[in-house]
Design a protein around this ligand. Structure first.
Ligand SMILES: Nc1ncnc2c1ncn2[C@@H]1O[C@H](COP(=O)(O)OP(=O)(O)O)[C@@H](O)[C@H]1O
Ligand SMILES: [Mg+2]
Length: 337
């Protein structure tokens, strides 16, 4: 492994030189500034998926960025949780739709290895997934699936767990294409699995910004603390947002946040930011049954209103505009350890 790790580190280094990390814009100063196209702009082949009929939330719309189109300073946000079934995937889909609705180019990336199901919740059947890219059958741009005017999806695939064993030349190609998609949108939202398994951790620990989702259930809170503790140990520079889902009331959500914040402040160095909450809302389950995002089916529901508030909060939070290594570059650094 160490031999491959050496090579991988060299590759990451090369990638960084070729695609220097983008400076995140001060959030909230919209529209986000556009980075001029690099010397060698990516050649994006119109995806085969783009020709496939998509559901009614997704009229066939050309890919976001084609050819020498604009490159963005991408804000990458990883959504995770300690415990499964807390609502990550539902929230990620609807947050992405809310970003897109505000006119922001958004890319959804399904990194849940066990249960890649963003497509299921969106009611679409993309013909290809990340697994095809990892198997070197397709280019990343070919598997990207258009959802709506400002939204695209990289469908997940179980192949991600094979990443660490790929030969170096394949990893090089993959890192290059993943680095390319980082400039493709203003927002890159990554849905992960739950818990502190190696596969989930590689994504979470490479993130500059993480949303940890919990419910008010004691087991979910305990597991959320476990995730925050792991972040504290392995990715202490990350911005960690807490999102309380399925709360009965605002008061309950605030009390969950207060409890967690107290323990985090007492035992850990990392700072926890309370992003907000979403109430328990029957419309979420109803929408899941119909395989449609709740914000599309029930635009006036409580859950939809809350998601819109969450996006508003994320957008006003400014970040230090320091030069940082790109997300996928950090991800590959971790894989090579
Ligand atoms: N705010 C909510 N109100 C009611 N039910 C919810 C809410 N959020 C999630 N759920 C329910 O929880 C289930 C699991 O959600 P999901 O997004 O798949 O979780 P995860 O991705 O964390 O495993 C959904 O099928 C839905 O029925
Ligand atoms: Mg999920």
């Amino acid at each position: 492994m160490s031999d491959q790790a050496e090579k991988l580190r060299a590759l990451v280094q090369q990638q960084n030189e070729k695609h220097p990390a983008l400076v995140p814009p001060p959030i909230g100063t919209s529209p986000l500034s556009v980075v001029p196209p690099s010397d060698d702009p990516p050649v994006l082949v119109p995806s085969a998926a783009a020709k496939t009929p998509v559901s009614d939330i997704a009229e066939a719309i050309p890919p976001l960025v084609a050819g020498a189109g604009p490159r963005f300073k991408t804000r990458t946000i990883v959504v995770t949780s300690g415990k499964g079934g807390v609502g990550k995937t539902n929230l990620t889909v609807n947050l992405a739709l809310a970003f897109a609705k505000r006119g922001m180019k958004t890319l959804l990336f399904d990194a849940d290895l066990g249960m890649a199901n963003l497509d299921v919740l969106l009611g679409i059947s993309p013909p290809h997934s990340l697994a095809d890219v990892i198997d070197a059958r397709m280019k990343l741009e070919e598997v990207i699936f258009p959802i709506s005017e400002n939204l695209e999806l990289v469908p997940g695939g179980s192949g991600i767990s094979e990443l660490a064993n790929l030969p170096a030349d394949r990893l090089e190609k993959l890192l290059a294409s993943l680095s390319e998609i980082e400039g493709r949108s203003e927002i890159l939202l990554i849905d992960t699995g739950a818990g502190i398994s190696r596969q989930v951790m590689d994504f979470v620990m490479a993130a500059h910004e993480v949303i940890v989702v919990t419910t008010p259930e004691p087991t979910a809170i305990t597991d959320a603390y476990g995730m925050i503790k792991a972040l504290n140990a392995q990715n202490p520079g990350a911005t960690v947002h807490l999102l309380v889902n399925q709360a009965d009331t605002e008061q309950e959500a605030r009390s969950v946040s207060a409890k967690l914040t107290m323990i985090v402040e007492r035992f850990l160095e990392i700072k926890l930011h309370f992003l907000g909450f979403v109430e328990k809302d029957v419309n979420v389950g109803r929408a899941v049954l119909q395989q449609r995002p709740f914000s599309v089916l029930y635009p006036y529901s409580v859950a939809t209103r809350r998601v819109s508030i969450l996006v508003g909060k994320l957008l006003v939070q400014s970040e230090e505009p320091t030069v940082r290594e790109g997300f996928f570059s950090r991800f590959f650094h971790r894989l090579s350890k």
